[in-house]
Structures are given as structure tokens and as C-alpha cells.
Design a protein around this ligand. Structure first.
Ligand code: DGL
Length: 262
């Protein structure tokens, strides 16, 4: 049976994960849920995030997905067990994948306040690479700025500079983009960082982990993403989502509105 993947995030961030998967595997059957009615997740309390994860994953299960991809670090950090309890099938997450990609002994992590407070990245990286220095930085402003469609303003650049400062002070050699929205900021971050600092996108590791579900990578994927088998759903503002998603998908997706909250 062809696998049906279920991706979820609070908004457009998870598209960075979907894109890595499509680039590695070619066309895949999937449902993407952007919970735009409740973005940002990362400034919410742990109980709220766990409740949201339960609802979202139950909805994906009702859509008959065979594998859930947590395209959101915040729920991965605080509610992985909840997702596993609801999914009824395998759950693929970002944090373990990112920890496996770390190759330097001084690592920075940029993430949402909730992810940083959970220390899930610190625990995962230290468990796999004992003795590694892990410096975590919460970035509360990033997701609202990204979801407003603002990716190159002076405000964003100023904010990025401020968040990078403690990591550069600690002489980190690599930085984990510990929120799936942040790869969208890569051009800005690259401008502010020395070339020697490596950026780690956990989605690359997730796409590799999916080899176990989708088979070996398709080396002949070629140009452009194949979205014909992807269904996009959001919990608010389908038009706005479609507009913001267009540059990252290379075409304007058709987006359905779904009501999840009971
Ligand atoms: N993109 C998600 C993450 O990876 C959620 C960000 C948010 O809504 O605050 O953490």
C-alpha cells in the first residue's frame, strides 16, 4: 500500500520539512496541516501544547495517514509521547534527527521559547555526544515575523542579530535551526554569521529517516517539487497561507479550511 504521510505545524514552517522530503523522495502522498488558528505554538504553555498535539494528531489519524511527521519542534519537544499515543502508526520527529547531525563540540540552538524551556535539544545532543557545549537561544519574535510574510525587513535583521549574539559570544561552530520556520531565514542568518559556522536543518535528517518508509532516495527527482499528491489544510486563513507558501513550494497550493477544535 502507498504510504500516506501526515505533516503538521502551526503554520508555514513545516513546509521546510515537506520540501526536504519532496526533494529527496520525489512525489509522495501526503496531507499537510497548518494550525494557523493557533500559531505561534512556541509561546504557549506545555499543557496547551500537549492538548494541541493530541487534537492535531487525532485529526491526521482520522484522515488515515500511515505515518505522522512532526514538522514542528515545539510539539516534538513537549508532546512527542502524546503524538505517539494518538497516531496509530509510526511518528517521525526532528530533534533526534538533528542531534544525529551534530558534528562539532560547540553547538548553538535557535528555537521557540517552549522548545528552549523544555531543554529537549540539550538532552538529545548531550546524550548522543557527551561533553558537547550546547547553547540554546529562545527566539520569540521570529515566528510572528515570518508568518507576517516579512523575511527581509530591518526589524527581522536586528532581531536575528540579537538572538545570534550569545551564540557567537560562546564561539559555537554549528547552529541547529530548532524551529521549522527558521530555515526560511537562512539567507538573513548566513549574512550575519561567519562562513565557518555550519547551519543544521533537522529536516534534512527527517527526510533521510523517511527512507525507511518511502524507500531509497530518488536520484532523478529533477527540477521543481511535485505537489499533485499533497493536500494542504489549515485551521484559519487559507488564502493567506497559500500566498505565504507559494515562494517555498514554487506554485500556489490549493488550501482547504478545517475546523479542529471541539
Ligand atoms: N514551527 C514550529 C516549531 O518548529 C512552531 C513554531 C511556533 O508556532 O511557535 O517549533
Amino acid at each position: 500500500m502507498t504510504p500516506l504521510l501526515g505533516f503538521f505545524d502551526s503554520g508555514i514552517g513545516g513546509l521546510t520539512v515537506l520540501r526536504q522530503v519532496l526533494e529527496r523522495h520525489g512525489p509522495v502522498q501526503c496531507i499537510y496541516l497548518g494550525d494557523t488558528a493557533r500559531v505561534p505554538y512556541g509561546s504557549r504553555s506545555a499543557p496547551e501544547i500537549r492538548l494541541i498535539a493530541a487534537e492535531v494528531v487525532a485529526w491526521l489519524r482520522d484522515q488515515q495517514v500511515s505515518t505522522v511527521v512532526m514538522a514542528c519542534n515545539t510539539t516534538n519537544a513537549l508532546a512527542r509521547d502524546v503524538a505517539e499515543g494518538q497516531a496509530g502508526g509510526p511518528v517521525i520527529g526532528l530533534i533526534g534527527a538533528a542531534a544525529a547531525m551534530v558534528q562539532t563540540s560547540r553547538v548553538g540552538v535557535l528555537a521557540t521559547p517552549a522548545t528552549v524551556a523544555s531543554e529537549a535539544y540539550r538532552f538529545s545532543i548531550e546524550a548522543l555526544h557527551p561533553g558537547t557545549l550546547v547553547v540554546e537561544q529562545a527566539c520569540p519574535e521570529f515566528v510572528p515575523l515570518i508568518e507576517s510574510g516579512d523575511l527581509s525587513s530591518d526589524e527581522l535583521r536586528r532581531t536575528a542579530k540579537e538572538y545570534l549574539h550569545p551564540l557567537l559570544e560562546a564561539s559555537v561552530e554549528s547552529i541547529v535551526l530548532g524551529c521549522t520556520h527558521y530555515p526560511l531565514l537562512e539567507p538573513v542568518l548566513r549574512q550575519l554569521l561567519p562562513d565557518s559556522v555550519q547551519l543544521i536543518d533537522p529536516a534534512v535528517g527527517v527526510a533521510r529517516q523517511l527512507d525507511s518508509v518511502l524507500g531509497a532516495p530518488k536520484l532523478s527527482v529533477g527540477e521543481g517539487l511535485h505537489l499533485d499528491d499533497c493536500r494542504f489544510c489549515v485551521t484559519a486563513d487559507p488564502d493567506g497561507f497559500a500566498t505565504r507558501a507559494t515562494p517555498w513550494l514554487g506554485e500556489r497550493p490549493r488550501v482547504q479550511l478545517e475546523v479542529l477544535q471541539s
